[in-house]
Design a protein around this ligand. Structure first.
Ligand SMILES: [Zn+2]
Length: 179
């Protein structure tokens, strides 16, 4: 979620018949370079990419209405937090966290409003993708039978330092700012 560095997911692809499975890890360190110079984390989801012929990650292009709902929920919580004693360190921390999250969501909102391209594969930029919904069994796009996605949890990986245009095209030669 916004406001903190999202950890990549670890997930399991279960194929039938045979129930054999494969464990995959998501990536981290993927950011958009926006036209005004701001950077925004790329939200990702496991996909099958028809160009890579592989299970990769695709961009999540969250609709404006959904971003608005998230902003509203943060604002509601912010109001609740500020009704309590704001001089307590934990309250202050929560306040700062929410304020930062709202700022980043507003950035995501303006990016989403201008975004034209459908979601792309983060590896090759192709838009021909199948999004794998957690727990849902679908026809296996890579062969026979079916495939189902299960989350195993989150893991920490070295960021891979990929930068994308607002339309999701990889920008080689750009580096993430060093923390
Ligand atoms: Zn691809």
């Amino acid at each position: 979620m916004e406001g903190r560095k999202a950890l990549p997911g670890v997930y399991k692809l279960i194929f039938t018949p045979g129930a054999h499975f494969r464990v995959q890890r998501g990536t981290r360190g993927n950011e958009y370079l926006l036209n005004d110079g701001y950077r925004l984390e790329v939200w990702r989801h496991p996909v099958f990419c028809f160009s890579c012929r592989a299970y990769t990650e695709g961009e999540v292009v969250t609709p404006v209405s959904e971003v608005d709902a998230q902003i509203e929920s943060c604002r509601r919580e912010l109001r609740r937090v500020t009704q309590g004693r704001t001089d307590r360190p934990r309250v202050r921390e929560r306040f700062n966290d929410l304020t930062e999250r709202i700022e980043r969501l507003e950035l995501r909102r303006s990016w989403s409003r201008q975004r034209v391209s459908p979601p792309r594969c983060l590896e090759c930029g192709c838009t021909e993708l199948v999004f794998l919904k957690r727990g849902e069994e679908i026809a296996n796009p890579s062969g026979k039978g079916t495939v189902r996605l299960e989350w195993l949890g989150m893991c920490s990986l070295r960021p891979r330092n990929f930068t994308y245009s607002p339309e999701g095209d990889r920008l080689p030669g750009y580096s993430l700012p060093q923390l």
